[in-house]
Design a protein. Structure first.
Length: 549
């Protein structure tokens, strides 16, 4: 059932494939949705997760959905999935110059013929409605829901066509899992992450000092942090620590020569001079100050002790779930501040050796699938290749990332011999991506590779042969990796939504068991032949810092 919600005004309802649509004017549309959910438990079609967020804010958690934006990204790749674009692609219309809503002036007058309709005479969505004006008039709720119902119907047909034409039989299951993942993202965004403000501020203070009471005090604290590095250079000499070129010059002054100032490179020469250690310590504090400092807490940590960021079920590339506000990359040293609330705990789970196990499943390589039966997949691979475990791991990961040099690359010869199906799967993706051919993941997601047309040498906009080869090789590496990373993201979301469906109001030990059981259930749905074994390291913890990095 297609659903559009105008907060505090009402809702529109429609059923795909039917002409009826209903405009319902009510002050509490969430209560209406809850009643229908309890009575019928439909699969709700929504334009995007914005609808799920509105419902979650009002305490309504629906079980099933069809998210038009999520499915559009699956079908057509990329990130942009606004209603006008979704509608146009499904109806074979150009998205280059989509109609836009703008202010009325002498040169742009409203089209009365289209103003009261969801669909314009030219077949595009009414841009004013697509921009949100459908919510200004209760009579528009139903027609807007009807347009959404038509989108859901056409998308279901398109996903079915992908399953057949692209030989991606899991496409429909993927579309459903992607849609349900958007429900999960909406709930994560609304519920937030429990965080102890006092503990977190103490951790921040340990890096950057106490919360400044004025801009002058903030500047003084910054200068004091800088001085901990600059005291290692001759008196009277000053460098801008935020300038890579000046940092290189500073290091050269004390006898440390490096090609660049990346953290991993400086770590290798940490003991060369006290300045290097001080610089690395300063960098960690600077990152906390600029990205994870007091302003970060003030912006995202609510009075209820919940830290909130935006979540999305897809990054618009290979399909990985993403989050804003540092929820993905919070420094490990700050995670002690993420504490379970009294009477609660966290259940953490880490998928073990997920990439090679996914490769075994999506490629259909029986030999690699046999290796996944071991707790440590790299041990049987090492035995086959006649190398140590570390080399086997580097070789397998290198094959998925397109590594062409080093010990792992030399072991690639053995991988091709013992696991030819998996290697051929990666090579095929690499070759297609190099010439700009778009790819589809195991679950049917389109991964755009861009054009390989770079012009004739010597012509405007063209590149030389060397640069052309470099770009093609980069596309190839991205393509082979996207086929694995994208499939891993699909499996993860099937797992996540399975946990969501099963895990309502249960205890910690039961939740931990559920997470493990849900992985097996998800894997059986995602890779039905069950030839590949998937593992998760699951534990019950009280703070994020106790989780495995």
């Amino acid at each position: 059932m297609a659903l559009v919600v105008a907060p505090e005004l009402g809702a529109g309802l429609a059923v795909p494939g039917r002409d009826e649509a209903w405009s319902v004017g009510v002050e509490d549309p969430a209560a209406l949705v809850r009643a229908v959910e309890d009575e019928l438990a439909p699969r709700w079609a929504m334009w995007s997760s914005a609808t799920a967020i509105e419902l979650a804010r009002d305490g309504v958690r629906v079980a099933r959905s069809w998210d038009a934006a999520a499915v559009h990204r699956l079908l057509f790749g990329g990130w942009r999935a606004d209603p006008a674009r979704v509608w146009a692609r499904l109806h074979g219309r150009s998205t280059v110059d989509l109609p836009t809503a703008g202010p009325v002036d002498l040169f742009s007058q409203p089209d009365d013929a289209d103003g009261g309709r969801a669909i314009r005479a030219d077949g595009h969505l009414n841009p004013a409605w697509a921009a949100g004006e459908w919510a200004d008039d209760a009579d528009r709720f139903g027609p807007w829901a009807h347009a959404l119902a038509e989108v859901a119907r056409l998308q279901q047909e398109a996903v079915g066509q992908v399953a057949v034409d692209a030989d991606r039989p899991m496409a429909m299951r993927t579309a459903i899992a992607e849609s349900t993942a958007e429900l999960l993202c909406a709930e994560l965004a609304v519920d937030g992450l429990p965080m102890d403000r006092t503990a977190m501020e103490a951790l921040v203070s340990g890096y950057v000092g106490p919360r400044p009471r004025s801009s002058q005090e903030a500047s003084e604290l910054r200068d004091a942090r800088d001085e901990q590095v600059l005291r290692h250079v001759p008196e009277g000499v000053r460098f801008d620590l935020r300038s890579p070129s000046q940092v290189k010059s500073m290091l050269r002054m004390v006898g440390v020569e490096v090609p660049d100032t990346r953290a991993w490179r400086l770590e290798r020469v940490r003991d060369a001079h006290p300045l290097v250690d001080a610089l690395l310590t300063w960098r960690k504090a600077e990152r906390v100050q600029t990205t994870f400092g007091y302003g970060w807490l003030d912006e995202n940590l609510g009075a209820d002790g919940r830290f909130r960021g935006e979540w999305s079920g897809s990054d618009g590339a290979a399909g990985r779930m993403t989050a804003s506000a540092g929820l993905h990359n919070m420094p490990a040293d700050l995670r002690d501040g993420v504490l379970a609330e009294p009477g609660h705990v966290f259940v953490r789970a880490d998928l073990g050796q997920i990439e090679p196990r996914v490769l075994a499943a999506v490629s259909g390589d029986r030999a690699l699938a046999a290796a996944t039966q071991a707790d440590d997949l790299y041990a049987p691979v090492a035995a086959e290749l006649g190398v140590d475990r570390a080399t086997a791991k580097v070789a397998v990961l290198g094959a998925m990332y397109g590594q062409t040099t080093g010990e792992g690359a030399r072991a690639l010869v053995g991988l091709r011999r013992f696991y030819p199906v998996a290697m051929a799967y990666l090579d095929a993706a690499d070759e297609a991506a190099q010439v700009g051919t778009d790819l589809r993941t195991y679950g049917g997601r389109l991964v755009r590779m861009g054009s390989a047309a770079l012009g004739e040498p010597g012509q405007p906009g063209s590149v030389g042969d060397r640069e052309a080869r470099s770009r093609a090789a980069a596309r190839g590496r991205y393509g082979r990796n996207a086929m694995v990373q994208g499939a891993a993201a699909e499996l993860f979301k099937v797992w996540a939504v399975t946990v969501r469906a099963r895990g309502r109001s249960i205890g910690a030990e039961a939740a931990a068991a559920l997470v493990d059981d849900a992985l097996q259930e998800a894997a059986a749905r995602w890779a039905p032949d069950r030839s590949v074994r998937f593992l998760a390291d699951t534990s019950v913890i009280s703070t994020w810092a106790d989780a495995k990095p």
